[in-house]
Design a protein around this ligand. Structure first.
Ligand code: C5P
Length: 404
């Protein structure tokens, strides 16, 4: 049921827009309040009158309507929603969302939205598979936009392929799942470290590593999607900041430790960062000049953030999860590391060069706990994150889990 939930439905210009009329009806039947924004393109497929009649609400279309702005305003429209649903989501709207374009009311509302966003893409299969759409979608998902579909089947113009909008009932199921999931860790706080650290040698050089931050950022997104108040302490990466997550950008291990300590107390900490083990004992204030012989860089040990969190006494998170990147004896090394660091779980991942894990989208992991070792099949880093967040919720909020 969706009683009391406020859904802002953005209808954009695709033939599947007719199904959005049924979607409005299904959502209202389940008790949701549905307010609609019709894009210029959307208005070519369904009429404002149909949308208004089904939603029992005024339909919003014009960014520069004095009446609409006086009554509601585009910021309030997006702020007074628990979830924004874009159905159908055309290739055009995905591109505009990815690029932050606000050229009409529909796009402006999406740019201003504070609520989570769920998209139901619908387009020709060639547009769906175009590298531009693939890149836009990757970016939107990295920022935390959720997606249902598109489905395989017959498309407009007598073609078949992937591109059909999910059926209204499937979209309703996804919306209900969203609200169920987003309550699981509500009221709990999570801390995630991600990415590499950079240890300055001088103002232009640093010691670093190849960590992409993909896994850690995905975990922060997954915990936030379960409703945890999530802080992500991120080293330098190309990953975008996930929406709905407090992101603290740092460079060095010492800055990462300080940011983590500031984030305490938390219920769960997941240390997925590839922290540099060493830094130079002294950072040169000016660029070190080539002098015929290489400089003698004296190194010193960095603080172990995971271990420090585990030893934080009464500020220790209830659950501390570490990562172990290993190239051989993956599970045995991870078991030993769990004991040494004092953490509850270790996610051991095989980063032998042949696996392509570093920088890639897939991961092969083993979850090592005090009781057992679980070998997970190879899956995307996003799926590892979702699975791990699910285990964390089961451990920290089991009552809510059984209530589902
Ligand atoms: O000791 P090692 O680097 O193999 O341990 C990996 C785990 O410890 C990861 O969870 C990593 O985030 C964490 N770690 C840390 N601070 C360090 C080194 C590693 O938090 N200085």
């Amino acid at each position: 049921m969706l009683s009391g939930k406020r859904i802002l439905l953005v209808i954009t210009g695709g033939i599947a827009a007719y199904k959005s009329l049924i979607l409005i009806r299904r959502l209202r039947e389940r008790g949701a309040a549905v307010r609609c924004v019709l894009s210029r393109g959307g208005a070519n497929f369904v009429t404002p009158l149909s949308v208004a009649a089904l939603s029992h609400e005024k339909v919003y279309q014009d960014q520069f309507s004095l009446v609409d702005e006086a009554e509601m305003g585009h910021l309030r429209l997006s702020q007074e929603a628990d979830l924004v649903v874009v159905a159908p989501a055309t290739a055009d709207i995905l591109s505009k969302m990815a690029n932050g374009i606000a050229d009409e009311l529909a796009t402006t509302v999406l740019l201003a939205a504070a609520a989570p966003i769920l998209i139901a893409p619908a387009m020709n299969h060639r547009m769906w598979n175009h590298p531009a759409t693939v890149a836009n979608l990757d970016l939107l998902e990295a920022r935390g936009v959720a997606r249902i579909g598109p489905m395989d089947g017959s498309l407009a113009e007598d073609e078949t392929g992937t591109g059909r909008m999910a059926e209204p009932e499937q979209i309703v199921t996804a919306i209900e799942a969203h609200f169920r999931q987003s309550a699981r860790l509500a009221g709990l706080k999570a801390l995630v470290t991600s990415g590499p650290t950079y240890e300055a040698i001088d103002p232009v050089r640093f010691i670093g590593n190849r960590s992409s931050g993909k896994q850690g950022h995905a975990i922060a997104r997954a915990l936030a999607a379960l409703g945890a108040d999530t802080t992500l302490v991120a080293g330098p990466t190309a990953e975008p900041d996930p929406s709905g997550v407090t992101v603290v950008h740092i460079e060095s291990a010492r800055e990462m430790l300080a940011a983590c300590e500031r984030a305490l107390p938390v219920d769960v900490a997941v240390c997925a960062a590839a922290v540099s083990d060493w830094r130079t004992a002294d950072t040169a204030g000016a660029k070190i000049k080539k002098m015929g012989t290489p400089p003698d860089l004296a190194l010193t040990e960095n603080p172990d953030i995971l271990k420090t969190l585990c030893e934080a006494g009464n500020r220790r998170p209830r659950l501390v999860v570490g990562f172990a990147a290993e190239t051989e004896h993956v599970v045995a090394n991870a078991r030993a590391k769990r004991e040494r660091k004092g953490c509850d779980w270790i996610v051991a991942n095989d980063v032998a060069p042949a696996t392509g894990t570093f920088g890639g989208s897939d991961n092969t992991v083993h979850l090592v706990t005090a009781e057992a070792v679980e070998d997970w099949p190879r899956m995307t880093k996003q799926d590892v994150a979702t699975e791990l967040a699910d285990r964390i919720a089961a451990r920290l909020a089991p009552a809510e889990d059984t209530a589902e």
